[in-house]
Design a protein around this ligand. Structure first.
Ligand code: ZN
Length: 198
């Protein structure tokens, strides 16, 4: 039944199509937005379209950024010979929050997941292999401990090993199936310090 009229229903439907936003949250957000000052709503709308227009993937590591190179890849003080492979930009952010990792990253933007039809060619592995032709001492595989994360880690180690570059895997201790994003910094550092050579 149409309680609200099509404009509000459309807004609720748009918000409800976002990940993690259920019908109730969508309604709450919609009513919140309708009650916001016009100017604030315009700022919100503009930041959505600006972000979509200008945000792109870093040329080297593939994280989301608005420059050709992200601030980490552009930072010459970082150790560019150590590359940590993570699933998403959110995982990169989790490691950055620890403030202790000095190398650079490679963001796969996904994991191998046969059930969802995501194969090795669908994540940024080709780009990783390309980077390894440069001067790299160590590849730290920091994909999650889900089945897909482990499968991806195995796949990467098989790809990298023949190059002779050292390949390590962050220590388990990261909860099984846990998203790196939600794991506290102490646990992340322990996983990084306790990494083992594959
Ligand atoms: Zn980068």
């Amino acid at each position: 039944m149409d309680y609200y009229g099509s404009q509000i229903n459309n807004l609720i439907a748009q918000l409800g199509s976002l990940p993690g936003i259920g019908q109730k949250s969508a309604q709450r957000l919609a009513f919140h937005i309708i009650n916001m000052p016009q100017e604030k709503v315009e700022q919100l709308a503009a930041s959505l379209t600006d972000a979509r227009q200008h945000v792109r993937y870093c040329r080297d590591c593939g994280t989301l950024t608005d420059q050709e190179l992200c601030p980490i890849c552009a930072d010459m003080k970082r150790d560019h010979h150590t590359i940590m492979v993570v699933e998403t930009s959110r995982d990169l952010a989790a490691y950055e929050r620890t403030g202790r990792y000095e190398g650079v990253y490679h963001v796969l933007q996904g994991v191998i997941n046969p059930q969802l039809g995501i194969g090795p060619a669908d994540i940024r592995l080709k780009e990783l292999m390309h980077r390894l032709q440069g001067d790299v001492d160590e590849v730290i595989i920091a994909t999650g401990s889900s089945l897909e994360g482990e499968t991806t880690a195995m796949y990467i180690s098989k790809l990298v090993k023949p190059t002779g570059i050292k390949v390590t895997r962050i220590a388990s201790g990261v909860p099984v199936g846990g998203d790196l994003e939600y794991i506290d910094e102490v646990t992340l550092l322990r996983a990084l310090d306790g990494r083992v050579e594959l």
